[in-house]
Design a protein around this ligand. Sequence first.
Ligand code: NZQ
Ligand code: ZN
Length: 402
Amino acid sequence: MLNFNFQNQTHIHFGEGTISVIATEIPLNARVLVVYGGGSIKANGVYQQVIDALAKHTWFEFSGIEPNPTYDTLMKAQEIIKAENIDYLLAVGGGSVIDGAKFIAAAALYEGNSEGNTEGNSEGDSEVNDPWDILAKQQAVTKALPIGAVLTLPATGSESNGNSVVTRDGNKLPFSSPLVCPLFAVLDPSVTLSLSDRQISNGVVDAFVHTIEQYLTYGVNGKVQDRFSEGLLLTLIEEGPKALVPATKENLEVRANIMWSATMALNGLIGAGVPQDWSTHMIGHELTGAFGIDHARTLSIILPAVMKVRREQKREKLLQYASRVWQINEGDDDDARIDQAILLTEQFFQQMQVPIRLSEVDLGSKDIDLLINRLEQHGMTALGEHDDITLAISREILTKAL
Ligand code: NZQ
Ligand code: ZN
């Protein structure tokens, strides 16, 4: 096992009817900004529960954070933060809203580029202090407003990690800081009943791929991490499809198991002390940035191709995955067992109603150059657990995904 340090500060409140805890989780003297998306929380009653819980607080709201949140939208929140002296953010929504709140929280207290005057910035402090540098130049976050979260879409794990992904002019970039990890998160599985099938599928697939990216690398004898990961994968394979069929889709136990799996998949636990890959995500981000494809649907297209192109580097773990997750144990032909595990992964994605090829989202070989250029532009030239997925190998992966 590799050395690691692990801390997760998020206090989780899990279960039906738990939104009311925000009344006591947020200090009474806080000036709270409730941030949310396009209004699904008004239609499903979550907004009402939140404002009931905030009855004794001073609060304001900022809405309109879109899926794959944009810099332009998020920067608009800075006006109300300054005008109303906001000192606490409550994010109510899915990964986009929570990621958006993280950027808002860091941007509000951003003191500027440590390099001082940035090249090409002759217009003064506002340009030099552009919080976009947190993503574009990976400038450290040194302060951020505290964040609480009410999760409405199990998928990203954003409710209990320090990661955020923000888009500006088609450039979709991640940043990470423990300072933006939510202090508490409310996970009420019943609020997921209003999700469309498409969003349920996206969530299950995103959580599945998060687990895979921290598991399907090379062995370091991290038995606890491996078995936690296998438990999450098995749970998602078992419960995910149930959330799409009429007989079981309203079952709150199904929803609860999916919700907790998604949080556990990316709260730092299974990735501590083991190598991580993330190439599927980084290539996937370019597909979303350039073509607007849903995050999880980029992953279901790219992951099988990564498994195929990287089968030698991942051989040992692919065989473990075949055996422990898909129970493929018969026969001496290792390659046949790996092929079977990849096929079953693709069939699981198809059962979850997501695409597994670029052609299914109307993209073809003519689009690969653009994606490779963007990977290069974003510095994604040495991906994977060995930092050896070059642009040429990313091209091979994209070609395999056609
Ligand atoms: O805008 P609202 O009204 O909230 O509607 C949303 C949105 O249209 C809707 N929705 C959410 N909860 C609902 C609901 N509709 C009905 N009932 C509910 N209970 O679902 C739509 C999609 O929401 P979004 O937040 O975009 O989805 P998701 O949670 O999948 O988040 C995706 C974003 O997270 C990033 C992705 O790149 C993408 O930008 N990621 C964040 C990560 C992290 N912070 O660790 C890791 C991930 O790999 C990912 O990159
Ligand atoms: Zn993801």
